[in-house]
Ligand binder design. Structure first.
Ligand code: F3S
Length: 424
């Protein structure tokens, strides 16, 4: 791989052992990918130094938090002091809400591990956003900016909606990129790799968040890991719709980048973003929508609902307000957990939205979600969800039934304890 003089100097140890190890890790990673060089990145989103009780116990004798970072994050044989982040770095979601860990059924040890890891990373300049939606919490990369992000729903948003460039990175590569500000130049960092190879023609009107979740689920299923471009029966989606679409597309498939013709920044027109080699047009029609609805409700049979989970990806402020409005004057019969980022929760708190949700008997939680935190209320048999992504993962992970519907149907289920969702 071609390295610049400054990269080679870091690799030779000129900037200390932590950066030397980070550079070596990235060079090995790049060689395996056949990357010709590294690219400067100015925006990293990962989980540097994040800890669980198991990790703490395992690395306790070697130095605790610094051993977690050097041995686990950077796969190093040696333990070294970890310097400040070299570039802007955000910490994504974790498994523990620092305020609501008891509600989630987490142990005190899990809370303490998470708290101490946060203090360690914060002291090294990491922004503790603790969300899968960093773009709703102040981290909005610029068009064309080279990023190193984890989290499939964030990656697809970063590439498709913002036009920034990232592959789906992992804990090791993001922790290394945080120190040296480099990432292998391959995949979606290369402009020639960002054209659509599949055309999805939307023939059934797609308007609500519920609709966009099903369209995303369809797109991921038919396209797999390729890059699609969509056009047809939809108006430009708002942030909630596009967030749910991307998360669903990255769940049923492995999509990291899509284009909406005439809407997303790299697709001024269908022809401009479509690869010349594309020969197939896939159609999303009423029958396909019915099929997606059935697939997302395949795990639902019991109409008594114990639990309603909203906020996957983490709820935007508009969704928090909507939930509070739907709950106005009502009281939940089932458990209701709404997950969001700390930033959105703060705003919702100032607007009285958190208080309104609490008044109705719901909970507002941050930093994690049921799937990532492996957390549902004790005794849950049936959950109602307005997220196709969560409906894809949660039933299998927790061994429970799930219904997929609109936010209003989910709030209705929370209030009545019954699923009364209507198929499209
Ligand atoms: Fe976020 Fe959890 Fe969904 S981390 S994208 S809310 S699976």
């Amino acid at each position: 791989m071609r390295l610049t003089d400054s990269e080679r100097a870091i690799l030779d140890g000129g900037s200390g052992p932590a950066k030397q190890r980070a550079m070596a890790l990235l060079v090995d990673y790049g060689r395996i990918l056949d990357a010709e060089c590294l690219i400067e990145t100015t925006n990293v989103a990962g989980v540097p130094g994040q800890a669980t009780p198991l990790l703490r116990h395992y690395f306790e004798a070697e130095g605790g938090q610094k051993a977690i970072f050097s041995r686990f994050d950077l796969d190093s044989d040696a333990v070294f002091d970890v310097p400040m982040a070299g570039v802007r770095t955000a910490c994504l979601q974790s498994g523990v809400d620092p305020l609501g860990w008891q509600t989630l059924g987490k142990t005190e040890a899990a809370f303490v591990a998470s708290r101490d890891a946060e203090a360690y990373a914060s002291a090294r300049g990491v922004e503790m956003l603790r969300t899968c939606t960093p773009y709703l919490a102040g981290n909005v990369p610029a068009f064309g900016e080279h990023c190193a992000w984890m989290e499939s729903s964030a990656v697809i948003y970063c590439n498709s909606v913002l036009g920034a460039r990232t592959n789906t990175e992992g804990r090791h590569s993001t922790s290394a990129a945080m120190l040296v500000g480099r990432i292998p130049y391959w995949g979606l960092h290369r402009p020639e790799a960002r054209k659509a190879s599949h055309h999805v023609r939307v023939e059934v009107p797609t308007a609500s968040v519920f609709d966009w979740g099903m369209l995303g689920y369809f797109t991921g299923e038919v396209v797999g890991e390729a890059i699609p471009i969509l056009d047809g029966a939809f108006a430009p989606p708002d942030i909630t719709r596009i967030k749910h679409f991307g998360a669903a597309a990255a769940s049923s498939g492995g999509i990291e980048l899509y284009h909406l013709a005439g809407i997303t920044p790299e697709a001024p027109s269908l022809d401009a973003a479509l690869d010349k080699a594309c020969v197939e047009t896939l159609v999303y029609d009423a029958a396909a929508r019915r099929r997606m609805h059935a697939a997302l409700n395949a795990n639902g049979s019991i109409e008594d609902v114990d639990f309603v989970m909203l906020g996957c990806p983490h709820a935007a402020i508009e969704q928090m307000r909507e939930a509070a409005a739907l709950l106005d004057g009502r009281r939940v019969a089932a458990k209701l957990w709404i997950f969001t980022s700390r930033a959105v929760r703060d705003q919702a708190e100032r607007e009285g939205v958190v208080e309104a949700i609490h008044r109705a008997g719901g909970n507002v939680l941050t930093d994690t979600c049921s799937a990532i935190g492996n957390a549902v209320p004790p005794g849950t048999r049936v959950v109602a969800l307005d997220s196709a992504k969560q409906a894809h993962y949660l039933p299998a992970m927790m061994g429970i039934e799930a219904w997929y519907g609109t936010t209003a149907e989910c709030i209705d289920a929370a209030v009545t304890g019954r699923w009364r969702g209507v198929a499209p």
